[in-house]
Design a protein around this ligand. Structure first.
Ligand code: NDP
Ligand code: 8X3
Length: 249
């Protein structure tokens, strides 16, 4: 019998590529996001027997719960939660950054992620399922302008490891996949729609693609059941680390 993945943020980037990959490899997918037209396109492309579109804003817990309550019978047996929906907003230094942007990132990347995880955990325990959280290298390596975004992804990393402890003995697997630079709509969102800035960031950099990350998600999800990758950090070859900075007054 085919398994079912619940993939948040399936209208773009990693979530969209993962939905396509899982569906093509025989899984059923509950695909979520705010952009209903894009989710409908996915259903049209992959088939209503393979993909169920659940349209809601991750920050609206009541809408989230209603969408889960309304799942058709064929999509209720969730085996895998992919906590992918998320965003960065802004690259200004903390002392100039928008507090509204910070709150949006915390509400989406942290509060919504724990809310949906808590909601689906009893089912995942019952089914010995799995959770794949999408963290980021920004949760481990600070960089100028990463402030709150990096903080949210550090939370995702530590929450993932904490879940592993709490779920000890249940058979439920938890992995934090921590990508570096990947070309999606991420930078378009981060720059509040600046296409030129987004194109410039990725130009000539050979970034990872959404499909690269979807393959990692599928790989982690389909490991033999006795294996758990705790953290999977992955970057393009063209990206690495820089040293500390020193200010001389
Ligand atoms: P995209 O912007 O391409 O996709 C983001 C997805 O998240 C969209 O489907 C969007 O759906 C969804 N989303 C955002 N906010 C909400 C919300 N309030 N309610 C419901 N859905 C929401 O970016 P990526 O694919 O790159 O990002 C996916 C994840 O990967 C994020 O958590 C990001 O932080 C992380 N990441 C990205 C990296 C990169 O370089 N691209 C690197 C490391 C991590 P919609 O707008 O339709 O609601
Ligand atoms: C996205 C990767 O390096 O832009 O999480 O923060 S980075």
């Amino acid at each position: 019998m085919s398994k079912t993945a619940f993939i948040t943020g399936a209208t773009s980037g990693f979530g969209l590529a993962a939905t396509r990959l899982f569906a093509k490899r025989g899984w059923k997918v509950v695909a979520t996001g705010r952009r209903a037209d894009r989710l409908q396109q996915l259903v049209d492309e992959l088939g209503a027997d393979k993909v169920h579109a659940a349209v809601f804003d991750m920050r609206d817990a009541a809408a989230m719960n209603a969408a889960i309550d309304a799942l058709p019978e064929a999509f209720r047996g969730i085996d895998l939660l992919v906590n992918n929906a998320g965003l960065a907003l802004g690259t200004l230094p903390a002392q100039q950054a928008s507090l509204d942007d910070w709150r949006t990132m915390i509400d989406t990347n942290i509060t919504a992620l724990v809310t949906i995880t808590r909601r689906l955990l009893p089912l995942l325990v019952e089914r010995k399922g799995g959770i794949i959280n999408i963290g980021s290298v920004a949760g481990s390596y600070p960089y100028p302008g990463g402030n709150t975004y990096g903080g949210t992804k550090a939370f995702v990393k530590q929450f993932s490891l904490g879940l592993r402890s709490d779920l000890h003995g249940t058979g439920v697997r938890v992995t934090d996949i921590e990508p570096g630079m990947a070309e999606t709509e991420f930078t378009l969102v981060r720059t509040h729609g600046d296409r030129a800035a987004s194109d410039k960031l990725y130009a000539g950099a050979s970034p990872m693609s959404a499909e690269d990350i979807a393959e990692q998600i599928f790989y982690v999800a389909t490991l033999p059941p006795h294996l758990n990758i705790n953290r999977l950090e992955i970057m393009p070859v063209t990206q690495s680390f820089a040293g500390f900075q020193v200010h001389r007054g």
